[in-house]
Design a protein around this ligand. Structure first.
Ligand SMILES: Nc1ncnc2c1ncn2[C@@H]1O[C@H](COP(=O)(O)OP(=O)(O)O)[C@@H](O)[C@H]1O
Ligand SMILES: [Mg+2]
Length: 232
C-alpha cells in the first residue's frame, strides 16, 4: 500500500533523512522506532506531502505521490494524527471530529457512530471543549478525527507522548484495537518497548537512517535494541 523508496529529505541545508526505504502492506501495522530527533516526524511529513524529498519517491497504492498536493492527500486515503495532537481547543470533541470528515461529508453520521463505537468515552465527552479534556481523551479525539476521513492508511505520530504513565498503556491498547479492526497503520514511536508489543513489523531509524528492520519479535530480541533502547 505504501512504499517509501530511497528518500532523502531535510530542512534548508540540513539533511534529516538519508536514503530511507520502507514498505507497509495493506492490513499491516508497522512501526518506525527511534530516539528523539531521529527523523520520525520528518518521515510522516514526507508521506503527507508537507515536505518534498530531495531524492527518492513515495508511492501509495502503486502510484507516486510526487504530483499530489498536501491538501489532496487526505482524499487519497492517508490521514495523519500529528505530534501533539493539534486539536481545535475551543471546539467541542464532536466539532473536532466533524473537521475530520470534510472530505467525506455524506458519510459523517456513519463514521461518527464508528468512532464512538471505538471510543465510547468520546461519545460521553462529545459536548466538551477539546482543550479541557484529559491528554488521553485528546489523543482519542485526534485519532477519531483522522478516522472520520475513512483513511486507507493511518499515520500516528507518537500517540503516547506527553501522556501520564497510567494512560500510556491504555493508549497502546487502543492502537492494538485499531490495528485489529483491519486499519493499515504506520506508527512512529520513541516508546519502543510498548510499540513493539502492538505492531507486526518495525524499522529502527537512527540519525535519519534505517539501521535495522524485521518483525516486532526480531527487533525485541536484537541485542543492539535491547542494549541501547530497552535497557536490558
Ligand atoms: N522545521 C524544521 N527545521 C529545521 N530542522 C528541523 C525541523 N524539523 C525537524 N528538524 C530537525 O530534523 C531532525 C529530525 O527531526 P524530527 O523528524 O522531528 O525527529 P523525531 O520526530 O524523530 O524526533 C532533527 O535534527 C530536527 O532538529
Ligand atoms: Mg517527532
Amino acid at each position: 500500500m505504501l512504499r517509501v523508496a530511497n528518500v532523502s529529505a531535510g530542512y534548508g541545508g540540513f539533511q534529516a533523512l538519508f536514503d530511507v526505504s520502507l514498505d507497509v502492506n495493506a492490513g499491516e501495522s508497522v512501526a518506525v522506532i527511534g530516539p528523539n530527533g531521529a527523523g520520525k516526524t520528518t518521515l510522516l511529513r514526507l508521506i503527507s506531502k508537507l515536505i518534498t524529498p530531495s531524492s527518492g519517491d513515495v508511492l501509495f497504492d502503486g502510484k507516486t505521490l510526487s504530483d499530489v498536493p498536501a491538501h489532496a492527500v487526505v482524499a487519497r486515503g492517508i490521514a495523519q494524527v500529528p505530534e501533539n495532537r493539534r486539536l481545535f481547543p475551543r471546539l467541542t470533541a464532536e466539532e473536532n471530529l466533524r473537521m475530520g470528515a470534510f472530505t467525506a461529508r455524506g458519510k459523517y453520521a456513519e463514521r461518527l457512530e464508528q468512532v464512538y463505537a471505538l471510543f465510547p468515552r468520546l461519545k460521553e465527552r462529545r459536548q466538551q471543549l477539546a482543550g479541557t479534556m484529559s491528554g488521553g481523551e485528546q489523543q482519542m479525539c485526534a485519532i477519531g478525527r483522522a478516522l472520520m476521513s475513512g483513511p486507507k492508511l493511518l499515520l500516528l505520530d507518537e500517540p503516547s507522548a506527553g501522556l501520564a504513565p497510567v494512560v500510556v498503556q491504555s493508549m497502546f491498547d487502543l492502537v492494538r484495537r485499531i490495528c485489529a479492526q483491519g486499519y493499515t497503520v504506520l506508527i512512529v514511536e520513541q516508546n519502543i518497548r510498548q510499540v513493539l508489543k502492538v505492531v507486526s513489523r518495525a524499522y529502527l531509524l537512527d540519525a535519519g537512517r534505517i539501521v535495522q528492520s524485521g518483525t516486532a519479535a526480531e527487533l525485541q530480541a536484537a541485542p543492539e535494541i535491547q542494549k541501547a533502547y530497552l535497557g536490558l
